[in-house]
Write a protein that binds this ligand. Structure first.
Ligand SMILES: *[C@@H]1O[C@H](CO)[C@@H](O)[C@H](O)[C@H]1NC(C)=O
Ligand SMILES: *[C@@H]1O[C@H](CO)[C@@H](O)[C@H](O)[C@H]1NC(C)=O
Ligand SMILES: *[C@@H]1O[C@H](CO)[C@@H](O)[C@H](O)[C@H]1NC(C)=O
Ligand SMILES: *[C@@H]1O[C@H](CO)[C@@H](O)[C@H](O)[C@H]1NC(C)=O
Ligand SMILES: *[C@@H]1O[C@H](CO)[C@@H](O)[C@H](O)[C@H]1NC(C)=O
Length: 475
């Protein structure tokens, strides 16, 4: 959903250079004096020894129960206050859903609390009992989904004084959507963001922390909010001074900005219960996969040496071992059953960068139990750290793009993995599916934590860390 990728990547490169100088790099604990660190280390080591020692004397089933038991105090990380914004910042945007983009109405796509149209046409592809859990969800619907869920969050408080986190339910992505296109002025693109920052800075709870305990969802890629020159792409929302200390949940982050947090793109599967998840995990685990790898994407005919074109041609060359879905024309973001079927039928899926570094397809692929193959570190490893295994090799394959450009065969790389290795990686992908999906019930699932839960827990934990001495900007 961006203009020509060559201009964008040129722009992104310049943005990166810019960002790396004016954003904050804050490894936790870096301010803690060495003496404290040593004690902390000793404490952790002794704790581990104690745990290992005790674990040996527990019967096996007991150990399992112990590991999976929920935290004793569900809100021990703090409570969330949700601002009650003037409707112009959220509900009115939804009410005018037929004006959100210049081409077509978004009303259907954003219906059902942001989950979209029901995907009844998946009949025969996914287990019948799970069809009601599938929707044609729009990749930019995340602001609505988070808002609905947070209103029902068990740690929501109506008392701002008892809150450790303040959520600003502004639909930043929906608000800027239509102004990104045609010839709207930069002023048009910035208007909503200026309005919300003014509004929130007028609230009594802002000044307690200068925004450090505030967060918002921005349902598009970060580059849509990082315009540096008037004539460039996007709004300059993230560069506005009021934004400085606000944590932003985005579907693609700037890896050099501490305040950007990458969260999974919304995809089509919205489990209604723990049992939906378990059933789906079994389904993808036992699926007989017919092809080694697959690629769903559109080559950019106009772009010289287009990387996706290269992947498509490698895919064609691999004949029976690779299946391609050509998304040119219709576009795949709408979600078609052909794509889901392709992921379900392949051991690996190729995930090059698209117009930006990330794609919704990464999540569609993994949810289908297919192992992602990345060519850029920034496509996932530097994006979704809260949601993916820290050991990237455990669930994915990395082939540097330059190796592909100089003729390395993807087929050969993937064929070098043994059946056992593939099975192990797939099991890791399956284990992480819950963290990559957004559950249907507004209260969340019974005991399994989904992407929303992980994101909110992460925000609360961060806010605690911010209270440590030395964390915030120096005055
Ligand atoms: C914006 O686009 C419209 C329709 O394409 C055109 O009539 C108008 O002159 C343009 N305005 C500017 C400032 O370019
Ligand atoms: C917050 O602090 C700023 C600067 O100190 C001040 O201008 C503003 O009026 C304060 N806002 C509130 C709501 O107290
Ligand atoms: C951001 O936080 C710092 C303190 O860490 C504060 O000095 C500054 O005013 C805050 N920015 C805004 C816009 O409130
Ligand atoms: C595909 O195969 C043809 C014929 O063997 C070869 O010339 C071409 O370089 C191959 N393309 C890729 C991308 O491997
Ligand atoms: C998405 O697909 C459905 C069914 O294939 C079609 O009716 C609808 O117009 C498509 N929407 C967009 C935005 O392409």
């Amino acid at each position: 959903m961006l203009p020509k990728s060559s201009t964008v990547s040129a722009k992104l490169n310049s943005i990166e250079r810019k960002c790396s100088s004016n954003t904050l790099h804050l490894p936790p604990f870096s301010f803690v004096p060495h003496v404290n660190r040593l004690w902390l280390l000793l404490f952790i080591v002794s704790l581990q020894i104690t745990i290992i020692f005790m674990a040996r004397y527990l019967p096996l089933h007991h150990r399992r129960i112990h590991v999976s038991s929920p935290e004793p105090h569900p809100c021990s990380s703090g409570r969330i206050y949700v601002y009650n914004l003037p409707p112009v910042f959220n509900q009115e945007l939804l009410d005018k859903c037929d004006e959100l983009n210049p081409w077509s109405s978004s009303c259907e796509a954003l219906s059902n609390g942001g989950l979209g149209r029901k995907a009844t046409s998946l009949s025969g592809i996914v287990p019948e009992e799970l069809i009601p859990a599938w929707y044609w969800t729009d990749q930019f619907a995340m602001e609505i989904i988070y808002h609905n869920r947070i209103l029902d969050h068990k740690c929501r408080t109506m008392e701002p004084d008892s809150a450790t986190a303040f959520y600003i339910p502004f639909y930043a992505g929906l608000a800027v959507g239509k102004y990104l296109w045609s010839n709207y002025s930069s002023k048009d693109r910035d208007r909503y963001c200026e309005m919300i920052l003014k509004w929130v800075q007028d609230q009594p709870y802002w000044n307690q922390s200068g925004g450090w305990d505030h967060f918002m969802t921005m349902g598009r890629i970060t580059w849509d909010f990082r315009r540096s020159k008037n004539e460039d792409w996007g709004s300059n929302c993230i560069y506005m001074s009021g934004m400085r200390n606000i944590t932003r949940l985005l579907i693609e982050r700037n890896p050099w900005d501490y305040f950007d947090v990458g969260v999974p793109y919304p995809s089509g599967f919205h489990p209604r219960s723990d049992s939906d998840i378990l059933q789906w995990q079994n389904f993808v685990r036992n699926r007989r996969r017919k092809t080694l790898f697959c690629f769903a994407g559109a080559p950019r005919g106009a772009v010289k040496n287009d990387f996706r074109g290269l992947l498509l041609s490698q895919c064609k060359n691999a004949s029976g071992l690779c299946r391609a879905v050509n998304c040119a024309g219709t576009g795949c973001s709408n979600g078609t059953s052909a794509i889901l079927e392709t992921f379900l039928d392949s051991d690996f899926c190729l995930q090059p960068r698209g117009d930006s570094f990330t794609r919704r397809s990464i999540f569609d692929c993994m949810i289908a139990g297919s192992i992602p193959v990345f060519f850029w570190h920034r496509s996932a490893y530097l994006q979704y750290q809260w949601f993916l295994p820290s050991e990237s090799k455990s669930y994915s394959v990395f082939i540097h793009r330059d190796e592909v450009k100089t003729g390395r065969s993807i087929k050969n790389v993937l064929e070098s993995y043994s059946i056992e290795e593939v099975k192990k990686m797939r099991e890791k992908v399956i284990e992480y599916i819950p963290k990559l999906v957004y559950a249907k019930p507004e209260k969340g699932l019974e005991s399994i934590k989904d992407a929303f839960d992980v994101a909110i827990d992460g925000v609360l934990k961060r806010n605690k860390e911010h209270e440590q001495p030395g964390y915030k900007w120096r005055r």
